[in-house]
Design a binder for this molecule. Structure first.
Ligand code: RUQ
Ligand code: CUA
Ligand code: CA
Length: 645
């Protein structure tokens, strides 16, 4: 779009830096009309630190991303899979993609949305077909224990249909999906880090979900022409059961979400305190808010029956509006003001602050959590007193990551940069010490970065090693492939004073968010436990065709290179349920099962059981074959399905 001139990636230096900046700003006039009211003088230039040294001069350098054949990565990355509705597992620093975990959208490789087990997780209509086949995943976070990832679960959102999916990190599979009632545009998501009341519960038990779009409550076709009645809610899902716990009716909307390390506070940034319906309305207020939730008080209110329900949903809804929460001593919510249309809110690893990125404001706002709690305790008069810094960092701040050494790294969408800034120095500067240099470093990224995360960034174990940046535009960074460009996930070494760009990785759109953790956090199992599956065919001798009127069950096992039945016969019009257990218990010995003309395909891992149900509506012979290479005689591994006319 903005790029007419050629950019030579190998020329790193001041000239190039300026050039890329100009290109990025030129691009925004076309691509980001909504942001045209940015301040005329770019604060980026004023606060700019020294220019980044050439990447080649750094000892870590790009070589660190190149692993020798057979070498393993030291970190896992979990990336949301965007519109594919899956979660991608990457090895880092190499950036190699190791797995995709389907969640919200069918997947033909593993048979997600085809097998009965996956359909039960995804949700079906009365006729057995899938309720939804599209998704828009943005945000992914892992479960915590003692302030660090514990490798039990991860959660990812679906913005289109307001669903939350849980990933089991023992098998790297999606095991539950919950649809949030009475909300639209479910966006931000964050697990709590411990219980607000019970100190023995030092791990995640709740997941918080923010909803961006206000809708009539209930959304039943009445009130559609009364936008002033549209409302948004903040939701809490139980981490174990994945049932809804409660919702909070709020003023304004929710964007991203953060939680405190003590479990007491959750917050969501709000870009639409105006309750505007059109984007001009949503940008009219000079300040929006970071809305805090007092979790213990909300749960007390629910227990005391101080809630209503909306429509057919039984989920308790408490009142978190400004009007109902004026008295700090009883308030469930606190609206801390932040400049115009903020975006990301992130919890610093020292457990003290939430950082709100300004988006339309070139600032980051630092909110001290102890002071928010003081307000709830009636010890501080104005909740805005919790703002301990509001400093200019550059144009279009979106998300922030941390290195555990007091520095924050914020993406600047419009400047196409990552800015490294020191939180305590920013607080000093805000307090009046104009000599406090809070901007430490800036690095050009390519281009228009959104999400950012560092190794263990939002945990007490933040180790300041690598930073990943999700760049929305890749422009000239890869071979051209027509109009639809890949995005560019860049990896940056942050172990030194200067950030060093290590690698570009093209990705299919649009991953948004990700977390990165040390490989020993998870202990993945590579062979299933037969007992996990109620339908398991535990012995090849149990195989056969079992008829009950028009309902037929076919039980089958696989052991390389054969299925337990050489053939099986059903009748036209039968409702067939085929159950297949893979009795191979050797790591990596996965089979597949594909039935021509019946739209059936799935893989079956060691000691896994899957089932499919279909109507045998086409008579004939159908060679059901193993579709995953498993053995020298893989091509011979078939069974003949005979459907009698
Ligand atoms: S939002 S960058 Cu969901 Cu920032 Cu994507
Ligand atoms: Cu079994 Cu291929
Ligand atoms: Ca606004």
């Amino acid at each position: 779009m903005s790029e007419k001139r050629e950019v030579k990636p190998e020329t790193v230096g001041i000239g190039r830096r300026r050039f890329i900046n100009t290109a990025a700003l030129a691009g925004l006039t076309v691509g980001v009309a909504a942001c045209n009211d940015k301040p005329a003088n770019a604060p980026a230039a004023a606060a700019s630190g020294p220019v980044a040294a050439p990447a080649a001069a750094h000892s870590g350098g790009a070589n660190a991303t190149h692993l020798k054949p057979g070498e393993l990565d030291t970190y896992y990355g979990l990336w949301s899979g965007g519109h594919n509705g899956d979660v991608r597992v990457l090895g880092l620093p190499s950036g190699r993609e190791l797995l995709r975990i389907p969640c919200f959208v069918p997947d033909a490789l593993v048979g997600w949305g085809i097998t009965n087990e996956s359909k039960a997780v995804m949700g079906t209509k009365a006729d057995g077909s899938l309720r939804y086949t599209v998704a828009d995943t943005h945000h992914l976070h892992g479960s915590y224990k003692d302030g660090n990832y514990d490798g039990r679960y991860a959660w990812v959102n679906d913005k289109i249909n307001s669903r939350i999916a849980r990933i089991r990190l023992d098998y790297f599979i999606c095991d539950k999906i919950t649809e949030l009632p009475n909300v639209q545009g479910f966006h931000g998501i964050f697990p709590d880090k411990r219980d607000p009341v019970d100190p023995a519960i030092n791990y995640t038990t709740r997941v918080f979900c923010g909803a961006e779009f206000a809708i009539p409550l209930p959304n039943d076709g009445k009130d559609v022409n009364a936008p002033e009645k549209y409302r948004s809610m903040f939701s809490c899902v139980d981490a174990e059961t994945m049932e809804m716990r409660w919702q909070v009716l709020i003023d304004g909307n929710c964007d991203l979400t953060a939680t405190s390390y003590d479990g007491k506070l959750a917050a969501t940034n709000q870009y639409n305190v105006e309750n505007g319906v059109h984007y001009e309305d949503m940008m009219s207020a000079e300040r929006d808010a970071c809305l805090f939730f007092n979790i213990a008080r909300i749960e007390e209110a629910v227990k005391a029956g101080k809630f209503k329900t909306v429509g057919s949903s039984k989920v308790p809804v408490v009142d978190g509006t400004r009007e109902a929460n004026k008295d700090p001593k009883t308030a469930l919510t606190a609206y801390v003001s932040v400049p115009k249309n903020p975006h990301g809110v992130n919890a610093s690893p020292d457990q003290k602050y939430f950082i709100c990125a300004g988006k339309l404001s070139p600032t980051a706002t630092v909110i001290e959590l102890a002071k928010v709690l003081d307000w709830f305790d009636g010890k501080m008069e104005k909740v805005d007193g919790a703002i301990v810094a509001e400093v200019e960092i550059g144009l279009g701040p979106l998300h922030t990551a941390f290195d555990g050494r007091g520095n924050a790294y914020t993406t600047l969408f419009l400047d196409s940069q990552v800015v490294k800034w020191n939180v305590e120095a920013a607080i000093k500067f805000h307090a009046g010490d104009k000599n406090a240099k809070y901007v430490v470093d800036r690095l050009d990224v390519h281009y228009q970065p959104g999400h950012i995360n560092a190794t263990h960034s939002e945990t007490v174990a933040a180790d300041g090693k690598y930073l990943a940046v999700g760049c929305k535009f890749s422009k000239d960074r890869f071979l051209p492939v027509g109009p639809f460009h890949p995005e560019n996930e860049q990896l940056i070494d942050i172990s030194g004073d200067k950030m060093v760009l290590m690698a570009d990785h093209p990705v299919r759109g649009e991953p948004h968010d990700f977390i990165i953790f040390k490989r020993d956090i998870v202990k993945p199992k590579q062979v299933y436990d037969l007992n996990e599956f109620p339908l398991a065919v535990k012995d090849a001798k149990e195989s056969g065709v079992f008829r009950n009127g028009k309902k037929v069950t076919v039980k089958l096992t696989s052991q390389a290179p054969a299925f337990s039945l050489r053939e099986f016969t059903v009748k036209k019009g039968d409702e067939v349920t085929l159950i297949l257990t893979n009795l191979d218990k050797i790591e990596d010995l996965t089979h597949g099962f594909a039935v021509p003309k019946y739209n059936i395909q799935f893989v079956i891992n060691p000691l896994e059981t899957k089932s499919v149900t279909f109507i045998a509506d086409k008579p004939g012979v159908f060679w059901a074959y193993c579709s995953t290479f498993c053995h020298a005689l893989h091509l011979e591994m078939r069974t003949r399905m005979i459907v009698e006319a």
